[in-house]
Design a protein around this ligand. Structure first.
Ligand SMILES: Nc1nc2c(ncn2[C@@H]2O[C@H](COP(=O)(O)OP(=O)(O)OP(=O)(O)O)[C@@H](O)[C@H]2O)c(=O)[nH]1
Ligand SMILES: [Mg+2]
Ligand SMILES: [Zn+2]
Length: 329
């Protein structure tokens, strides 16, 4: 494995010189977990941690290392994890401000293209696409719209015309991720060892695309719900994969409650993400206290939603009894 294939450039080599002099190794963050990172290096993948001092000095959560970051690593002396001593300057950064929270979240760093993936089987929605486009514009990367599941489409020309009217000049590709041959036209975006990130709602086929573009099954996929075509939030971690022929691909969990990193968007659907989660609880009348299969609790436990916001949501939310729904879904 060479770092070049990962997007390591002469400029990054230059920026790294000061760290190389200090005995540090270059690497790229490929996975982000609660307590550690997985980092690819020329010598293979290893586990690394961000030292306390880095966590303390970070002004924002998004200043900490994230998937796609190029980092300077101090190798472990024994069996322990390596330490991430520094994050190299990001050329681009896809950052989301979780709704109602003041803590911006880094979704992916050093990406060249953001594929906004949508599917005509119920996901297609122009206002949502517009919000995705605004998110991408702030990142510095180029947006590309991918209309997946073209085999299910009723009216592709109309959809393409609507996208083009919304974002004149934007590249739109219609594919069917289950059919490898249809992916040819998007493979060229990897040329020059570029990095692509896939974003879009759960169930639109991001992981199916990932498996096809990598030529092996690296990600689990799952059927969408039959009655409304919504996904089941199968992918839960951001992960970067390297293509054997060069270039990198980041698969992402379906975005919930997409909020843009600007104040204007703040008023929109302040609790959209929690409401979406609540709709996935096993019981329709879930109070999100101690019920089995509670999707809201699970997200709280994982730190995906903020406890204070959850409290505000509970104050605002109509009680489930009043909604007149009950029982198992
Ligand atoms: N008919 C059809 N189904 C597809 C196509 N691409 C993906 N699917 C199916 O759509 C379902 C969801 O696909 P996934 O790849 O798991 O979707 P995802 O975007 O990764 O979803 P999350 O991980 O939940 O965000 C699976 O059953 C896929 O087989 C396609 O081009 N046509
Ligand atoms: Mg997925
Ligand atoms: Zn619940």
């Amino acid at each position: 494995m060479t770092l070049e294939r990962f997007g390591w450039t002469a400029l990054r080599q230059q920026e790294f010189a000061v760290y190389a002099a200090d005995g540090l190794l270059p690497g790229r963050v490929v996975g982000e977990h609660r307590s550690h990172f997985r980092v690819a290096t020329a010598a293979g993948e290893l586990t690394a941690e961000a030292p306390q001092r880095m966590r303390k000095s970070a002004g924002e959560r998004s200043d900490l290392p994230g998937v796609g970051d190029f980092v300077a690593l101090r190798p472990a002396l024994g069996d322990g994890p390596a330490a991430i001593e520094a994050v190299l300057p990001r050329t681009t950064a896809l950052i989301r401000k979780a709704s109602g929270e003041k803590r911006p979240q880094l979704l992916a760093a050093n990406i060249d293209y953001v594929f906004i993936v949508t599917a005509p089987d119920g996901d297609f929605n122009l206002p949502r696409l517009e919000r995705y486009l605004a998110l991408v514009r702030e990142s510095g990367a180029d947006p590309v719209v991918v209309l997946n599941k073209s085999d299910l489409a009723q009216d592709l020309p109309r959809m393409i015309a609507e996208i083009s009217a919304l974002a004149p000049g934007i590249a739109v590709h219609t594919i069917s991720a289950r059919d490898l041959a249809s992916l040819g036209e998007i493979e060229r975006y990897f040329d020059g060892n570029r990095t692509i990130v896939l974003i879009g709602s759960s169930g639109v086929g991001k992981s199916t695309m990932t498996n096809q573009l990598l030529g092996r099954v690296v990600q689990a996929t799952q059927e969408v719900r039959a009655h409304d075509s919504r996904g089941r939030h199968t992918t839960t971690d951001r992960q970067l994969f390297q293509r054997p022929s060069g270039g990198s691909l980041i698969d992402m969990p379906g975005l919930r409650g997409l909020e843009l990193w600007n104040a204007a968007a703040e008023a929109v659907d302040a609790f959209e993400d929690i409401a979406t989660l609540a709709s996935q609880c096993r019981f329709a009348n879930c109070r999100h206290v101690s019920e089995p299969g509670c999707a809201v609790r699970a997200a709280l436990d994982k730190g995906e939603i903020d406890a204070d916001r959850f409290a505000r949501y509970m104050k605002d939310a109509p009680s489930p009894e009043k909604k007149g729904r009950s029982g198992r879904r």
